[in-house]
Design a protein around this ligand. Sequence first.
Ligand code: ADP
Ligand code: ZN
Ligand code: ZN
Length: 699
Amino acid sequence: MGIFSVLVDAPAHSGLVGALDYTSEAVLQPGQLVRVPLGRREVLGVVWDASSSSDLQPESLREAKWICPDLPPLNTPWRRLIQFTAQYYQRSPGEVALQALPPQLRTLQAEQLQRRLNKLQKALPKPVDHGVTAWAPEPTPEQASVLAQLAQPTAKGHTHLLFGSTGSGKTEVYLRRMQEVLASDDQAQTLIMVPEINLTPQLEARVRDRFEPLYGAGCVVSMHSGMTPTQRLNAWLAAHWGRARIVLGTRLAVFASLPGLRLIVVDEEHDPSYKQQEGARYSARDLAVYRGHLEGIEVILGSATPSLESWFQSRPASEADPGGRYVRLAMPSRVGESVLPEIRCVDMRLMPKGTLFTPLLLDAMRERIDRGEQVMVLLNRRGWAPVLMCADCDWKSQCPQCSTYRVFHREDRTLRCHHCGLTHRVPRHCPGCGNLDLGWQGRGTEQLQAFLEQWFAQDAHPSGRSYGVMRMDADSTRLKGSLERQLSQVHAGEVDVLVGTQMIAKGHDFRRMGMVVVADPDGALFSSDFRAPERLFSLLLQAAGRAGRAAREPGAPPAQVWIQTRQPDHALFAALRRHDFPGFAAQQLQERLMAGMPPFTHQALVRAEARQLNDALAFLNAAREQGLDANNEHITLYPPVPMAMQKVANAERAQMLVESNHRAALQHFLALWAHTLYATRQQHRSVLRWAVDIDPQGI
Ligand code: ADP
Ligand code: ZN
Ligand code: ZN
């Protein structure tokens, strides 16, 4: 009988932080999946250490059982990735490991799993037919140069930042590089990560079209949270067994078991959705880089608007500075005949308050459409208006549970809180004074859609048909399949004007989009979050990137972006008009350096929620006192403050910022302090929830 330590799903702070000891008749390998008794339950576990010398007597230990002998163990780099993630993000390794596995593994009986494996075995992809090659365009000179640099080992290591304009052909570079890597070794696997798969069904099709002719059906698997448990398990098994050669997934795919992993691509690496916002709050982008380092393989981070962290990390060397750890590769031009759109600001200070679109802009839109082009209108706010209000008394559609307003949705006549989900019918009369005439403040996508429908209904298209206005946002795409349907309507040209939130700005290869209108971006200019300008620049440049992607007919006006703003002279817009990401980034980095903010400092946030704000603050203050006593010269512990959105779903929220110039010092401090936090929490029973967020994305 041997003794083995096994990881089980135990959240950090539950007291069970490390691995637990079990016995087994069979010799277990590290990384093997087992089923073990835990209390009165039987749970899935991962063998962590094969030769544990327990303090406990073997007789007192319970027995671990193999879940399925045919399933190979999880390999060493995978286990080290889990270990690192747990340590870095202050969670238990058991929680991270078990969360990284497909949920169905927990519930499936051994025989069921065996049947699944047998089926997978039979459904082997057809042997590679060397005669077949997928069609792929000839690389442009910029693409060829980037590919040559990727193929050349560099002294800097293996992480590259591919900084390529929208439409410069980054995806084509990923596909080619993946193809080279896969061809070099018939066990090789590649991982390509995207922010949201559903948003870009085009990409999935492109990957399949490229690789299925080479490696057979089943060589590409997807991994994302929208899949059924069965689909997820099958995809996971295919990757774990080396059957799948390409994994295309969202952030959770960074933990896929890939024994033959040779290349990781992180597309749109700047996208905030790579950061997990609950449980272990990991950054899949950062973990991808770390995983590349662990496996000794190539990583490509790609974006037209890289995160300032990655941009800084890829700075070239100079006399005074050895440069960053990543290699920066640039593709400034668009593919073929298409050119970047012209960006202009429309000064809304000259317009009456409440103007949705200037008359000039409306005419320009129609002109475009009459030429056979499409127009996109971006407004990052859904619903009809953010506030419903009474002009007679002070009543506003405040959410009773949150420190925000419920949004007026006219389509289904509801007031909905976008933070806690609370939904009510729109009242017939003012709840404050009975006034029948309720008004609203501000605008949302529904309102723009209705306005444009009405405006375009005044005339018919020169061909006699009527104009098509469509809205795409989280509301219009709630039903399964509706997102795909809406996107294909746009691609098919059934839509003249596409109104929507940021989801229309991301990644789509709309061929006929000649004009992008940004309806009202100013709110983000005044946000208290220091990352807001970075986010806005990126959103607007991505949106601009949807325009003019195809070659234009001779004599056709250039594709255009119109930004309606009351701050036309703002430096952010000036850089945007020049398509000057490097200029914008340099200015932002300078500000961050002066203000001592990331990437020049490292941050962690401790957040706490309680029914009363003072309870949340008291807990954080107590934790802070003890942290200050620990006297770490490299650490700054800021006093706790209420969060900008102080109340959500009846919980009052506060946070405390921890900062250091040294990542290692911060890590060291947090590891020690974790015990204090846990113990302090025991004395502050009124705290509902608390969490530590390392490298937080929003402050
Ligand atoms: P990005 O990912 O940088 O936005 P894509 O890879 O989607 O750019 O390329 C933009 C468009 O150009 C796509 O329609 C793509 O098929 C096409 N394209 C990419 N590379 C080439 C090439 N070398 N030759 C011709 N067309 C290309
Ligand atoms: Zn009233
Ligand atoms: Zn609410």
